[in-house]
Design a protein around this ligand. Structure first.
Ligand SMILES: C[S@@+](CC[C@H](N)C(=O)[O-])C[C@H]1O[C@@H](n2cnc3c(N)ncnc32)[C@H](O)[C@@H]1O
Length: 384
């Protein structure tokens, strides 16, 4: 495909996304209907689509319309490729007189939904604009080295021999940032045999905050695909139990745990598999820290949805607290930048549970390289 034809394909995919289809689904359907497209074409169309979703407001302004064509025209102008719109072959037609576009202003220039601007400004302070700008760019690829099986340096050497160049990342002792060969990661022996996993560096850093030690009984209460379950297993020899309100989300966990060489008990009834020394509550959240990877989430979030998430988060924290005895630890984690889901939830928990204390809390933003995350360590007092 020519670069112009790739732009035209991205326009078609984005039209479907704007009509309500998930981007991943729209891309798969386009791919199936476009047998002529090679892997380079598919990767480029995907990159344009996700760039346009991350920068939906600013590209719509630059491209004179919140349409597939407007977004891709905005992308082309933002990246100095407007000449792709020349109408030659399968390329999009040249811009018409109503498509001059304009420089985005205010929240649109930062691709921040209007209603969220005051909340994010209050949460991020002076970091607001730089963080929003960071969220306009694509996320790096990070690996977690399974330190229970291999050193970070040995994993780097092994990956390099298979064409994946990495650098050690400062956010976590297990973190590597992939600097070239990212598309080859899943074919490497290190990945297939569980010596490295794909995991954001800040996600790893949150797990590093947890006071884990050999022999502890640990529950991952919102385990999902098990990214943090396995990261915990890499830190100490634990009795690990995993639960998720949607058990199908844990479907890949046995295979991933098998690759990593660890045992994880999945359960529908986590109360029965206790007692625990530590419960990790990696709660469902706005995902505002990972909008680089899930840009559709940025535009789909509403005030109602945020309020509902906050209720769920508080309920999960209370449930976790009920499974911990004196001295037990509740690890609370979100991939959110919003204070309402982070510090405010911790403060409200401590009000509801007077016998508990906060031992540590840290927010990570994309300015440190990884996604936005929050982690808090809460410990139940020994009394009572
Ligand atoms: C942020 S994701 C977890 C990601 C996972 N820990 C990881 O590191 O890959 C939140 C998970 O919480 C689950 N969830 C939602 N409501 C829940 C509830 N009330 N109790 C337990 N899990 C819940 C969701 O199904 C989702 O898989």
């Amino acid at each position: 495909m020519t670069p112009g034809a790739r732009a035209a394909a991205a326009i078609a995919v984005l039209e479907r996304v704007l009509a309500g289809q998930a981007a991943e689904v729209a891309l798969v359907q386009w791919g199936r209907a476009s047998r002529f497209a090679g892997s380079g074409d598919r990767a480029m169309v995907r990159d344009i689509v996700f760039a346009a979703l991350r920068c939906r407001a600013s590209f719509a302004a630059l491209g004179a319309g919140l349409t597939g064509r407007g977004l891709v025209l905005g992308w082309a102008r933002a990246t100095g490729q407007e000449a792709l719109f020349d109408g030659a072959g399968h390329a999009p037609a040249p811009p018409g007189p109503t498509e001059a576009g304009a420089a985005p202003e205010g929240a649109a220039a930062l691709d921040c939904p209007d209603w969220l601007e005051p909340l994010l400004r209050a949460s991020l302070g002076a970091d607001f604009a730089p963080v929003m700008q960071a969220l306009q760019r694509r996320a790096p690829v990070f690996l977690r080295v399974n330190l229970a099986r291999v050193t970070r340096e040995a994993a780097q050497a092994e990956l390099a021999a298979e064409g994946v160049e990495t650098v050690a990342h400062g956010l976590a002792a297990s973190a590597l940032e992939v600097v070239s060969g990212a598309r080859k990661v899943q074919a490497t022996a290190a990945y297939r045999e569980g010596r490295v996993e794909l995991q954001d560096a800040a996600s790893q850093a949150v797990v590093e905050m947890l006071p884990l030690a050999d022999g502890m009984a640990v529950l991952d209460l919102c385990a999902g695909g098990g990214g943090k379950t396995l990261a915990m297993a890499g830190r100490a020899r634990l009795r690990l139990v995993a639960h998720d309100a949607e058990p199908r989300r844990m479907a890949d966990l046995p295979a991933r745990a098998g690759r990593a060489g660890v045992a994880v008990q999945r359960t529908d009834r986590p109360e029965r598999a206790g007692p625990y020394d530590l419960v990790l509550a990696d709660v469902p959240c706005s995902g505002s820290g990972s909008w680089r990877r899930d840009p559709e989430g940025k535009w789909a979030l509403t005030a109602e949805r945020l309020a509902a998430l906050r209720e769920v988060q508080a309920g999960i924290m209370d449930r976790a607290a009920g499974m911990l005895g004196p001295g037990g630890v509740l690890g609370y984690a979100t991939c959110s930048l919003l204070e309402a889901e982070n510090g405010a939830q911790v403060a409200a928990f401590l009000e509801r549970h007077p016998g508990w204390r906060l031992e540590a809390a840290r927010r990570f933003t994309p300015l440190e390289g990884g996604d936005g995350f929050f982690g808090a360590i809460l410990r139940r007092g020994e009394g009572r």
